[in-house]
Design a protein around this ligand. Structure first.
Ligand code: G6P
Length: 367
């Protein structure tokens, strides 16, 4: 067991640290002459150019990778993307046509609801592209096209490295589709792809925040409840951070779109309640900070996850966790690191079973 954990105390920590390599192994073979190349699965530039609409369907953490995909694809490829939780998608009679592409995302490739979504897409005449980690799994076998993520086996129930590799595939897809649809030229596509290729090294550098995350976690262990807030891509990451924390530490937490707080949730804020503000998106920074100020003035203990060098006015932030600054669109690849580490250390400090939280299964093969 100790050998399998490669010197780490838990699989989760090992898997967090495997992310630079997992991402590198996933993206490197798919960058040819500086351009993204997903032709291995039969996804041609011509096909990418012609899809009317994309549906991304998944469960849990894989769905959050889909949320990141939606923001990035819509921003760069100017194509409408709908993200669905698979258990909702399968019963809502979605309006899918044969001109659409349904993308299912799954670490295990065996999740029952995600598999049902795939069947539904086929019934409606749409092609299915799957982004799957486990080779030869049911979802991979039944899809029209598969892009395997190369994270290697993920043992810890809380998904970490699978999320990063799923996001990395979303970026390749977004860049290639943006190019295919003529929204970016070859130079810009190469520039973005080169930035993505730098990410594994920068994730490694991001790990330097580990000590700080452990310290911040020591402040969270007595909390009854906490909030994660953010806007845009930071909101998608808030969702993932919140899920990670609650599933293993058993501390109730909610993620909220920062601007929506004042429509209800802010009434929960009382003295000492931790609020984690994810604030990496330059254009939205001022807006998110104004929401952090609102919770601070109601007594919240405020933690910011932000780019290095971000300056806040005096008294707004109790603890800031800085990550290296990349261009906004790629920040989720780095932002996720402290969010995973906070969930991990909070759980360890509470003395709970990090790798096998109660009531949860690694793969949910029944409805
Ligand atoms: C379970 C796991 C989650 C995972 C979800 C989807 O709930 O505990 O970590 O995100 O299933 O799994 P999949 O294998 O389809 O990605």
């Amino acid at each position: 067991d100790a050998a399998e954990k490669g010197g780490y105390e838990h699989f989760m920590l090992k898997e967090i640290h495997e992310q630079p390599n997992a991402v590198k192994t996933t993206i490197t073979p798919r960058i040819v002459n500086g351009m993204p190349d997903l032709s291995e699965c039969g996804l041609t530039l011509e096909a990418l150019k012609n899809y009317r609409k994309l549906f991304i369907v998944a469960c849990g953490t894989a769905m959050h990778a889909g949320m990141v995909g939606k923001y990035v694809i819509e921003k760069l490829a100017r194509t409408e993307v709908t993200v669905d939780i698979a258990s909702e998608f399968r019963y809502r009679d979605p309006i899918i046509t044969p001109e659409d592409l349904v993308i299912v995302v799954s670490q295990s490739g065996e999740t029952a609801d995600t598999k049902a979504a795939l069947h539904l897409a086929h019934d409606k005449g749409a092609k299915v592209l799957s982004v799957v980690n486990v080779k030869g799994s049911s979802i991979a076998r039944e899809s029209d096209m598969v892009l395997y993520t190369h994270a290697g086996p993920e043992i810890s129930v809380a998904s970490t490295k699978a999320f990063s590799v799923q996001m990395s595939v979303m970026y390749l897809l977004a860049f290639e589709m943006a190019y295919a649809k003529g929204h970016i030229d070859e130079n810009e596509c190469k520039r973005l792809t080169a930035k993505l290729a730098e990410i594994p090294d920068i994730i490694e550098k991001t790990m330097e925040c580990e000590k700080k995350c452990k310290y911040v976690s020591s402040k969270l262990i007595t909390a009854q409840s906490l909030l994660y807030i953010g806007r845009g891509l930071d909101y998608a990451l808030s969702m993932e951070g919140s899920l990670k924390l609650k599933e293993i530490s058993y501390i109730h937490s909610e993620s909220y779109a920062a601007g929506e707080l004042k429509h209800g949730t802010i009434s929960l804020v009382e003295d000492g309640m931790p609020v984690i503000g994810v604030a990496t998106q330059t254009e939205l920074l001022e807006k998110t900070v104004s929401n952090i100020v609102e919770v601070k003035s109601r007594g919240a203990f405020t933690i910011a996850v932000c780019k290095e060098g971000t300056e806040f006015s005096e008294g707004v932030i109790d603890e800031a966790i800085e990550v290296p600054a990349m261009e906004d669109v790629l920040m989720p690849m780095l932002t996720v690191i402290p969010l995973q580490l906070i969930a991990y250390y909070t759980t360890v400090l509470k003395g709970l079973n990090v790798d096998k939280p109660r009531n949860l299964a690694k793969s949910v093969t029944v409805e």
